[in-house]
Design a protein around this ligand. Structure first.
Ligand code: GLY
Length: 603
């Protein structure tokens, strides 16, 4: 317990989240007195510190985009304006994941209305899509077709999502919010190490499409080097058209025609009607109480929200804090909860507009108690013994799934908070790094390969090794299941405490879970919670990935319990978190796992 002032006591476990701000100020006598800067901005017990602002904060995976969002706050914009400005900027400065032609989810909490909105701007399958479109003559999934061809692109939702958020909940004119992204694209950005590296590491894929090669390589064919200027004129023009004509500036008129020309040229399915018919869906967020905190996330077609909350339900009854952070006993409980949640994901999750997803059954605390009871605290279960657990006949599942799959860890998250406490949490994606690798010639942006997030064949793993069932089979107009997990956590008074989320394909859900538990259970501040080593398990394959930083002793105990522990081939996730400061203001923590991320305070 930690106290400030004479009669201002923070009475929950969640103290460290505030500590940075607490050390910043000294109250003269009571809560509400004017803070004074008497002590440094340091929590002497933490090795990691968040960024502080007296007002708002933007945190994203690319610092230029974060600063653009923070500047929009300084110009009088709210958290939604900042999110939209950041989102458009990321389409320019983080082209491998930021996007115009992808999709995503945005949670918005509006303090004045005390309302939380879940925006679904996930891609949809084109009208000409069909269930077996990615199967070859033998009935096997043609991964090349599903992941790298133009048929892998769903009808994009990002622009519609950003425009809907802005129009419904923003304050500033669209042109003001969108102008910084236009400037960024037309004047160019200085190539960062991260941008140069992301292009180099995907060069073969990017060079396969002439428009992409034209956009992401020098005219000589050489790579952009860190420090070079990278100008995207076609992209600037496309964003400008959105600024002028709004929704029609992308889904109709010139941009739509360019998209459809590209489809015709390369054998794609998206038509002018598909584009014109694209709609954002406002959904009701799903929330569960974890102790006295209300955790809200995205409902289906996100699987992230459902299974994050399901895992929290399973874990809630154990005294995790007394087990010790990243102890074997704690990690064992995490893994066993993940095993059961990801098994359920394989069978029951899909687009709720097409399939009756049993959300309330999965989130029932009694169901969590049943799953918890199944868990042997002394030894690992075998994934082959764990089935989707509801008394609903799961789809036929194929089980030869321990073969390695080509994984991608892209997607990107950003969180914003304004001085009024309005909070947003947005995850958006092209699916793989640089999506399908195919650009729309003349329009300057990449197409997603989100159709691979459908289950091309029930029981076969997608690009993240995730299994799906008929709930997630392809149908025209349907949205593919996603792991994206934007979250807003509310404190016991109902105020938004923090917002977070992550990229990372199938690992998103487990990464977000651990950041939340680090804060709520282990009393870490948001920066420390972000930095702590993570693990990941997803039922199949029956392996646990871990980051450096889990002790060898712990790994040995877990192996002796029967867990197959492997160092993860890459870091797990990249969370971008904002939170309220103790007595006002905002704090932000970006994840140092991927170069170039940053928290930008409103100045
Ligand atoms: N494309 C990654 C996801 O939506 O989960």
């Amino acid at each position: 317990m930690w106290s400030i002032g004479l009669n201002c006591r923070i009475s929950t476990k969640v103290t460290s989240i505030f500590v940075t701000f607490a050390y910043l100020i000294m109250l003269s006598s009571t809560c509400g007195a004017t803070p004074t800067l008497d002590t440094p901005i340091i929590d002497p017990k933490s090795r990691f510190h968040p960024v502080y602002s007296r007002e708002g904060m933007v945190v994203s995976q690319e610092i230029i985009a974060s600063r653009i969002g923070a500047n929009i706050l300084a110009l009088g914009g709210n958290a939604v304006d900042a999110a939209v400005a950041t989102g458009f900027a990321l389409a320019v400065s983080l082209p491998r994941a930021g996007n115009l032609a992808g999709g995503g989810f945005m949670l918005i909490h509006l303090t004045k209305r005390n309302e939380t909105i879940a925006l679904d701007f996930r891609e949809v399958a084109p009208a000409q899509a069909s269930r077996d479109m990615f199967l070859d003559l033998n009935g096997d999934v043609d991964n090349e077709l599903a992941r790298s061809s133009i048929k892998s692109s769903g009808v994009p939702g990002t622009v519609a999502g950003f425009l809907h958020a802005h129009e419904s909940y923003g304050r500033l004119p669209l042109r003001q919010v969108i102008q910084p992204a236009i400037d960024l694209a037309s004047k160019g950005i200085v190539v960062s190490v991260d941008l140069a590296h992301s292009i180099i590491s995907r060069a073969n894929r990017l060079r396969r499409n002439p428009a992409t090669e034209n956009y992401y390589f020098k005219s000589s064919g050489a790579f952009y080097q860190p420090g070079d200027r990278f100008i995207q004129k076609d992209l600037a023009d496309t964003i400008r058209r959105i600024g002028v004509d709004g929704h029609a500036g992308f889904y109709e008129k010139k941009t739509a025609k360019l998209i459809v020309e590209q489809m015709k040229h390369s054998g794609g399915l998206i038509t002018l009607d598909d584009l014109k018919n694209y709609r954002v869906v406002e959904r009701k967020p799903i929330c569960v109480y974890y102790q006295d905190k209300n955790i809200c996330s995205m409902p289906p077609p996100s699987s992230g929200g459902v299974h994050l909350l399901q895992m929290l339900n399973i874990l809630e009854d154990w005294d995790l804090d007394t087990l010790g952070h990243n102890s074997a006993a704690y990690i064992h409980r995490l893994v066993e909860s993940m095993r059961r949640a990801y098994a359920d994901r394989s069978a029951y999750l899909g687009d709720p507009d097409f399939y009756d997803v049993p959300v309330s059954q999965i989130l029932d605390k009694r169901y969590a108690a049943r799953l918890r009871k199944e868990i042997d605290l002394s030894k690992a279960s075998l994934s082959s013994d764990v089935y989707p657990g509801l008394a609903i006949d799961p789809d036929r599942l194929l089980r030869n799934l321990n073969k390695p799959v080509k994984e991608s860890v892209e997607t990107t998250h950003f969180s914003t908070r304004d001085k009024w406490g309005n909070t947003t949490s947005t995850t958006t994606t092209l699916n793989f790094s640089f999506g399908s690798g195919i650009s729309v010639a003349g329009a300057g942006f990449l197409l997603n390969n989100e159709m691979d997030d459908f289950s091309a064949k029930p029981g076969s793993p997608n690009g993240y090794g995730l299994i799906g069932g008929v709930a997630n089979e392809i149908q025209p107009g349907k949205r593919p299941l996603s792991a994206m997990t934007p979250v807003i956590v509310f404190d016991s008074t109902g105020d938004p405490l923090m917002a977070t989320g992550s990229p990372g394909g199938s690992t998103i859900i487990s990464v977000v879970l651990q950041v939340i538990l680090n804060i709520l259970e282990f009393d870490m501040g948001i920066a420390e919670a972000t930095a702590a080593a993570r693990i990941h398990h997803q039922w199949l394959p029956d392996r646990v990935g871990y980051e450096k930083g889990i002790s060898i002793d712990t790994l040995n105990i877990l192996r002796n319990m029967g867990h197959s522990m492997d160092e993860a081939p890459r870091v797990l996730g990249s969370t971008q978190t904002v939170s309220k400061g103790a007595l006002g203001g905002s704090i932000g923590a970006s994840d140092t796992r991927r170069d170039g991320a940053g928290a930008a305070p409103q100045n």
